[in-house]
Design a protein around this ligand. Structure first.
Ligand code: GFP
Length: 832
């Protein structure tokens, strides 16, 4: 690599750049300049992509002044920041958000219009960066948006995956994954800084040495890679602040061996390069092989090592006394993926800065906090000690020592309770020796939080019970939230306009103000306008799905939506059994078709590539969809729309059009959910279990405006403890039996009984998530939905109340809770 020091010249106090003219003419000039000099084309020959790239860069210029100003002030003030460490940032498209934040929408629309360019076309040219998998990554994106809007200093740290979450396609109804080549046409929102690359090492061994009478350890690594930072702007909403998201890309340190190349071994010459670049190649590489597992651990260590080095060496002033680190930073660990940062910072302090262990440990316990996002034991990450020891030998030693000292304390508190000690050990011994990352985070972190009230309670009572007894003060809750800027203001312009017309626009940054809409639920004219907007949103969705997927959707039906990752605990099969049962009862004459509410069942879900049952379920949804959609017997009454490749962009059109939101996970399994909040805030009613944040949604919107069903978490525990037998439900419930039998008969698979046998067999024999146990309650709740929907006025009233009472679910409120309970990072006064 080039000598970084010589490349990085610190320029003193540059003159502030002139603020660009925020007029239509000013914008047009900037845009054409970008097109000509940035893209190298003139308007007459510019492709849509050229125009999009030029527009993005132009908008970026307007934000740039604020970004530099934010950085300058941050450096000056040395205020405490949040470092949000996350393996995922599911950002969604950037253009619209940047336009909104900078208040440039109208100017840009008019300026482009004068040139004969349609802003909507350029918007559609943007490929969304799919650098996340689901809720966890989208939450991170909402959080950084809120922090910027609230004037809180924050750096998001993550990985710049060359390929994000795969692009899902369907072939004969089965999921086929295609690479998500999101960078192919250029990525105008990023700023690479190769000169600020960080070296990250792996492997090798450790050795002790005498350091002027003190025995110390050093790590002698075996190999290393470079981490190149790519900076992204995170603009606050109309407040002049632009925070930074810094994503790391891996590169080889010795890029190319010319000698080997000249000897003709071309593959070998680039081997090191390929090997290094693999680290940031894809999001969640398949980890069913040992190589895949190792690559994931490499990714995790890679990005936290880069981020810590960056913060300590670049963001902090050179002479900063690290003993004061807790005054300057809190590293929020978004799930267990970044937890390896804990031993990394210990290593830096103890081995590199030569602190004594206890001093280092005292700082560590103040600068990390951990958010847990799951309740499934299998989702709590563990790393085999063997792998960790090979890849990060020094870190494993440090973890052992942390564990030893921690367990000494446990033994002291609970003498003669070796069982407890074993339960609480960071190191598990079975089935192989491994490191429990959630335990490590809990022991080292200042706080541990769950992501909804029920989840935090179950964490403390069950999943981490021993720990909550031991460290009761560490456990807290912060219920998730979503950014109202993207998911209401941008996604639902109709509703936003209606709200603003009624109560002013303060709600965009103070969502609790939606409460002021409550009286309007009783206003017939308001309800009419509200309904009209819903209908318009459905028409918008009709257009998008026709164009995107060739799907014809009937806007005059109830739009019943279930969109989320495909996972058995989320119970897409329960939704499907409802559909199949309706179909079966109509076609067998049990139900009078004229009494069935016309519904479109929309699904959106990706299955993890290695998750076979989830892929089977996708195949089944598509197969049922094909049969039902083609059957004249149910035409106009039942249909299924399952667009492939559900992503943030599609969510922004789908959610505002929805009437009914399906949140039907087995109670005690969904940590929070955030889709549930997006739907409620866009005026859909929820049918849901008492799970995750559904609990809080129901409490806030009221029982009359929420369709609750199913076993509660304690009831689930009782059923399971008593020995759950799904077949007894099958045998005793005719409706259920007929629905399952219809699937088993091959009706949806051209008569072939084998195709979906695994799904049926799994439900009948194991049914780990109690689909059959909740089936009848779910059907009954759906009957209540039909009855409610029949009274359009009452339904709309409920929908308005859902919007008015869901202000709590703003991610701004989540951020306030994190700040009060965990971070203690006051906002910067914009006028100071
Ligand atoms: C996970 C949990 C959700 C939770 C999000 C954000 O989502 O219940 O709402 O994290 O906290 F499962 P996924 O990433 O698994 O979709």
């Amino acid at each position: 690599p080039p000598d970084v020091a010589s490349v990085r010249k610190v320029t003193q106090n540059t003159e502030p750049i002139a603020i660009r003219e925020r007029t239509v003419d000013g914008f047009t000039r900037e845009f054409l300049r970008e097109l000509n000099f940035g893209q190298g084309v003139d308007l007459s020959r510019a492709s849509v992509n050229d125009q999009y790239l030029a527009l993005a860069r132009t908008v970026r210029h307007y934000l740039m002044v604020r970004w530099l100003e934010t950085l300058r002030r941050q450096y000056e003030l040395q205020a405490k920041s949040v470092a949000y460490l996350s393996a995922e940032f599911l950002l969604g498209r950037q253009l619209d958000n940047a336009l909104l934040a900078s208040g440039l929408q109208d100017v840009v629309e008019e300026g482009l219009g004068n040139l004969g360019i349609d802003l909507a076309t350029l918007r559609d040219a943007e490929v969304e960066p799919g650098l996340g998998n689901g809720g966890l990554g989208r939450l991170a994106a909402c959080f950084v948006d809120s922090l910027a809007t609230m004037n809180v200093p924050c750096i998001g740290y993550g990985i710049r995956y060359e390929y994000g979450i795969f692009r899902q396609t369907f072939v004969d109804g089965w999921q086929v994954e295609k690479p998500d080549n999101w960078l192919a046409l250029g990525s105008p929102w990023e700023f690479p800084h190769p000169e600020a690359a960080v070296t990250v090492s792996f492997g090798g061994h450790t050795e002790t040495y005498d350091d002027e009478g003190t025995e110390r350890t050093r790590w002698v690594p075996g190999w290393s890679v470079l981490g190149v930072p790519y900076n992204y702007m995170v603009p606050g909403f109309e407040n002049g602040r632009v925070n930074t998201l810094r994503l790391w890309s891996a590169q080889a340190t010795r890029a190319f061996d010319l000698e080997i190349f000249n000897a003709g071994d071309y593959a070998e010459a680039v081997r090191a390069q390929t090997f290094a670049e693999n680290i940031s190649k894809v999001l969640y590489p398949e980890d069913s092989t040992p190589q895949g597992k190792e690559l994931r651990l490499q990714q995790q260590y890679f990005f936290v090592a880069c981020s810590l080095a960056n913060f300590l060496e670049e963001v902090l002033p050179e002479d900063f006394d690290l003993r004061r680190l807790p005054e300057r930073i809190i590293f929020q660990l978004n799930d267990t993926h970044p937890v390896i940062a804990i031993p990394e910072l210990m290593r830096i302090l103890v081995d590199e800065r030569k602190w004594n262990w206890d001093d280092a440990w005292a700082v560590i316990q103040k600068v990390f906090a951990y958010t847990c996002h799951t309740l499934l034991p299998e989702a709590l990450e563990v790393w085999s000690a063997d792998l960790l020891g090979r890849l990060l030998p020094r870190h494993l030693e440090i973890i052992y020592r942390i564990n030893e000292e921690f367990l000494d304390g446990v033994r002291e508190r609970y003498p003669d309770d070796e069982l407890r000690v074993r339960r609480m050990s960071i190191i598990a011994e079975h089935p192989e020796r491994s490191v429990r990352m959630a335990f490590l985070a809990t022991v080292a972190g200042t706080k541990v939080n769950g992501v909804a009230a029920l989840h935090s309670q179950l964490l403390a009572d069950k999943v981490l019970h021993d720990f909550s007894e031991y460290f009761p003060e560490k456990f807290t809750n912060v219920t998730n939230g979503i950014t109202p800027r993207r998911f209401v203001r941008l996604a639902n312009p109709g509703l936003s306009g209606l709200i603003t017309g009624a109560i002013g626009d303060g709600w965009v940054t103070d969502l609790e103000r939606l409460k002021e809409l409550e009286p309007l639920a009783d206003d017939a004219e308001f309800r009419r306008l509200f309904r009209e907007i819903k209908t318009n949103n459905k028409h918008r969705l009709v257009d998008v799905l026709r164009e995107r997927d060739g799907i014809e959707l009937d806007p005059d039906t109830m739009l019943d939506v279930m969109v989320k990752r495909l996972h058995e605990y989320k119970r897409q099969t329960l939704k499907l059994l409802h559909v199949v049962s309706l179909y079966e009862r109509i076609t067998s004459g049990v139900l009078d078709i004229d009494k069935v509410t016309p519904r479109t069942f929309a699904f959106g879900a990706k299955a993890a590539p290695g998750y076979r049952m989830a892929k089977q379920i996708i195949g089944l949804i598509n197969a049922v969809g094909r049969t039902i959609n083609e059957d004249p017997a149910v035409k106009g009454r039942l249909s299924i729309a399952f667009p492939a490749n559900y992503n943030v962009t599609l969510a922004e059109t789908l959610i505002p059009a929805a009437d009914l939101s399906e949140q039907i996970s087995l109670a005690g399994k969904e940590a929070s959910g955030t889709g549930n909040m997006k739907f409620a805030l866009n005026g859909a009613l929820t049918i849901g279990t008492d799970d995750g944040a559904n609990v809080e949604i129901r409490q806030l919107v009221g029982d009359d405006h929420f369709f609750l069903f199913g076993l509660t978490e304690p009831e689930v525990a009782d059923v399971v403890d008593a020995g759950y037998h799904p077949t007894s439900y099958y045998e005793s419930n005719k409706t259920l039996r007929h629905a399952l039998d219809l699937i088993a008969s091959g009706k949806f698979s051209g008569g072939d009984r084998h195709v979906f046998e695994p799904v049926v067999a799994n439900l009948l024999q194991e049914d780990r998530f109690l689909v059959l146990a909740d089936f009848q309650a779910y059907l009954d709740a759906q009957d209540r939905v039909d009855a409610a929907y029949a009274d359009t006025d009452a339904w709309t009233r409920s929908a308005v109340l859902n919007v008015a009472r869901s202000g709590f679910f703003s991610s701004d409120r989540s951020m306030r809770d994190y700040i009060d309970r965990i971070w203690h990072t006051p906002p910067i006064d914009p006028n100071a």
